[in-house]
Design a binder for this molecule. Sequence first.
Ligand code: ATP
Length: 273
Amino acid sequence: MSMGAGAHRGCAPALLGVEQRAREESVEVQVREMVQGYGRRRILDGVTFTLDEGITALLGPNGAGKSTLMRTLVTDLAPRGGEVLIDGRPVDTRSGRHAARERIGYLPQNFGFDARFRVVEYVEYLAWLRGIPASQRPAAADAAIAAVGLSNQSRMTMGSLSGGMRQRAGIAGAIVGSPQLLVLDEPTVGLDPSQRAEFRRVLTSLPTSRILLSTHLTDDVEAVAQHVIVLAQGQIAHQGPTAELIDTYGSVDAGYLALVDVGDPAGQGVVTP
Ligand SMILES: Nc1ncnc2c1ncn2[C@@H]1O[C@H](COP(=O)(O)OP(=O)(O)OP(=O)(O)O)[C@@H](O)[C@H]1O
């Protein structure tokens, strides 16, 4: 079975140059005893991990807090306790947040866009949001669009794209300007099998140093992720190489079921392996 064997290989030619930087630069991501919640409700309770190089899949039951963890990592939510460090700098300081945002590309679960935007306009808009200078935006957008294989569709409006193409446009927006860390929240939801295969191809060809990907699809994990993090009961129930999980349990699916009581909708029923 291939576990991201193609990762970081076969980079699209358009990535060379501006995006070569991402391959050369790396980013350190450390989360220590992080606490997060909404109102009085605690969702994450002492989450600790370091993100390894390559693609890491984030698994967990519905409501376990995967999106909440990702939003905290990308500085959308300030941690309530503990630390999130990007290259050693806490993201809850003004300068740390600013530095982190320059290094992070983020695709939220239901990303918003104006359906009338052309693909190139959408990606250039995200380049502007990320503070890329005006003179560099067209080249950065073209490179990102080429990397996801949408160059021929770059003048199409977002509203006229198929679901798979729209996801790829979302990824182009997330990778514009060559972030070293890419955070993708359930990017394969709603894609058909061939669109998912195409998505995996794009993902494994990116030069991004670290990718964190949440998904419910364990075959996606086996296909692209070298590492797995399982979130349950507000904490990390498991972290390690995908190969190790498969060696121990026979498959990612079996490992996940052994680590997490998926019958518990609140994700509160982790079983110690
Ligand atoms: N903005 C919010 N305000 C209040 N509660 C929230 C908010 N966002 C999420 N929650 C709650 O926090 C818990 C964790 O949600 P989160 O979306 O992080 O889980 P998840 O693991 O990503 O779930 P899923 O797999 O269904 O996407 C859920 O109970 C959810 O209802």
